[in-house]
Design a protein around this ligand. Sequence first.
Ligand SMILES: Cc1cc2nc3c(=O)[nH]c(=O)nc-3n(C[C@H](O)[C@H](O)[C@H](O)COP(=O)(O)OP(=O)(O)OC[C@H]3O[C@@H](n4cnc5c(N)ncnc54)[C@H](O)[C@@H]3O)c2cc1C
Length: 483
Amino acid sequence: MDASLPPGLLDALAARLGPRGVSADPADLVPLSTDWRGLFRGRAALLLRPASTEDCAEAVRLCAEAGLAIVPQGGNTSMVGGAVPDASGRQAILSLVRMNRIRALDPLDMTMVAEAGVVLKTAQEAAASAGCLFPLSLGAEGSATIGGVISTNAGGNTTIRYGTARDLLLGLEVVLADGSVIHGLRRLRKDNTGYALRHLFAGAEGTLGIVTAAVLRLFPAPRSEATAFAAVPDEAAALALFRRFREADEGALRAFEYMSGEGVGLVLRHIPGTALPLAAPPGHACLVDLATSRRDADLPAFLEATLAEALAAGEVTDAAIAASAAQRAAMWRLREEHSEAQKREGASVKNDVSVPVSAVPDLIRRAREALSALVPGSRPVAFGHIGDGNIHLNLVQPEGADPAAFLARSEEIMGAVNAIVRDLGGSFSAEHGIGRLKGAMLAEWRGGAELAAMRAIKAALDPKGVLNPGVLLPRGDSAGACC
Ligand SMILES: Cc1cc2nc3c(=O)[nH]c(=O)nc-3n(C[C@H](O)[C@H](O)[C@H](O)COP(=O)(O)OP(=O)(O)OC[C@H]3O[C@@H](n4cnc5c(N)ncnc54)[C@H](O)[C@@H]3O)c2cc1C
């Protein structure tokens, strides 16, 4: 803990939050001060763990009064270092993990009211146990929280069908920077009463308010599912296969993921229990995932027939269809373990970019060529949500290279990819957000009136710069004294 912590603050927080609600113990602070990728190692002044909205509001009010900045944290799975403090020792982590109740679930309204600390997988399971579906799904769903996915406007695997976290959000309860609370947990499908504030907090990365609970949209649970893992000759064929399924029955398509052969190879090498369902390693692969709640659907037959058409058209060279839930899960692991496998292989520089869907093959091809030329021996790995035009274009270090020396070239590597993305009319951050990593890019790409509007919103809602200074808006852009 920093010796300069304002006098009386610790006692006041402890009196309000109780012994489980406040810690200055390095054993608690240190693990939560490093991000999932290990890129940012901060130093926190305190850890705050409120158990209720009222306690959260009071903690924020006390910190704001004392001039102590707050970093909201959920599962700490941010890919851009958004949930960890800086190195100043003058920021408190406010973790929502103790606010983990599902307050209500209504299968007629098709809504769920979940607190911010509910883990995404728990929310999915709660919906399923009521015969419903909460469709948001991503690789970190066993750790990521409802507050985190809303605050990053997370995308993930099912965006092509259900949209991003923002699209699943009906109402929001938020603690503002002065400790006041917006009680917006309305379960309404239609509510045109002024600015849609909930959409402002979605994707704000904890810079405008602390999400304490949300009303989430549910859907009918699927009655039938079918999944295939297909080898395709190239990126253009992957897109052609996506188009074929979309045209055949867009309503059945739940997810459609692209993987380069390099990425699949790393998963098979590093993740125990994974196996290729095809005869030979693919140069490129797609995961086709279908689901419907219709009673009359025969998805396995539809999947097989459509794949047969694609095979005849040369879009697919080999394919396996899951014959059981276990086989479906095994196919999904080949996709979901991409990030973990790359981590085990060594250092990697990540680019989470989007372009118009039609430009994806061009993007992957051009980026691969540019990166291979820039860092000889490095290994470009492309994978992701091709149907959204969102590809993770990662570069894994050359075998045996010094990880630190490789990572020192991160800006150059990201710059090379971003130049292509810009040329194709895309975005430098499709779903991971800005965090501590990409503030300078935000200023460069969204400068002028767009950045000025963001600054004005920040200054209006958090004039003292209490909430997550240094995240999203680049340093110097947050108003106030806390940063
Ligand atoms: C293996 C892996 C796979 C991933 N796959 C995807 C993917 O497919 N799609 C995708 O979009 N992301 C993906 N991510 C990124 C990450 O999981 C998401 O950004 C997720 O939404 C973060 O949730 P979290 O609870 O861990 O939030 P954290 O990492 O704790 O926080 C993320 C940001 O939100 C803020 N925040 C957290 N909780 C609150 C709150 N209650 N109120 C206000 N602000 C808050 C934090 O300050 C921070 O800025 C992946 C990450 C990993 C490690």
